[in-house]
Ligand binder design. Sequence first.
Ligand code: SF4
Length: 283
Amino acid sequence: MHKASYWESEGAALRCTLCPHYCLIQPGRTGRCRVRLNEDGELYTQNYAEVTAIALDPIEKKPLYHFFPGQMILSVGTWGCNLQCRFCQNWEIAHGDPAFVATSAEKLAELAEQQGPLNLGVAYTYSEPIVWFEYVCDAATAVKRRGLKNVLVTNGFINPEPLAELLPLMDAMNIDLKAFSQGFYQDICGGGLEAVKKTIATAAGSCHVEVTTLIVPGLNDGDEEIAQLASWLAGVDPAIPLHLSRYFPRYRMELPATPTESLFHARSVAQRYLHNVYVGNVG
Ligand code: SF4
């Protein structure tokens, strides 16, 4: 266990201020992410340095298409997530209890360096790096010191203060924009749209940003919603690449996979506003 940052005491309980859930955590209990634990009046993070997945992936797999195309990136993930998307495509590690290998921040940076010149650096991905905050900051500092790059693949549901601490360490981010309705965020993901919009707008002023929307049939694929999403993103920067990704039934959602025609149709709607729109997960 490692001491957590971003919390304050409220009597015997602790208020976590890392993400907009602001969990009030009673003694011996964890917040919604399952990661942050109130132990004897201090907040601890339970997944520090616990790496549950590691692979050398093409950068395009993050997906990042406009950031050093053709290169590889050492990709790592842990367990835990601050959202509860019913369609979670990585639920085994995000919401399960996967085996892990303890890997210090320095060791991770060293591993990244050992991959050779085709490796850009480290991507914090697979589950949700926001709830790995303290380790990501330490590892990203060690990676940067070696002249390598850091990439964050995230749901963007983080408060402005920790985001400001993270951004100077990041070279690129892929941020999920899961839908363009508060109802979808609330009912399907247990989150909030405005906080994610704020993260995208802030991050775009600091590092390379691409955005991913998983298109779920009948839930977030209406023309009007896609147009609103793309038009808002164009207001931030019309050159931000948007990835429209195909959903497959996973975790707690049984709707059939998104028809490929719906993805290409959504792309044609988004292209009215954005310069770079891609369809993903279609083989
Ligand atoms: S990071 Fe975890 S404990 Fe903290 S507010 Fe978010 S869900 Fe709650």
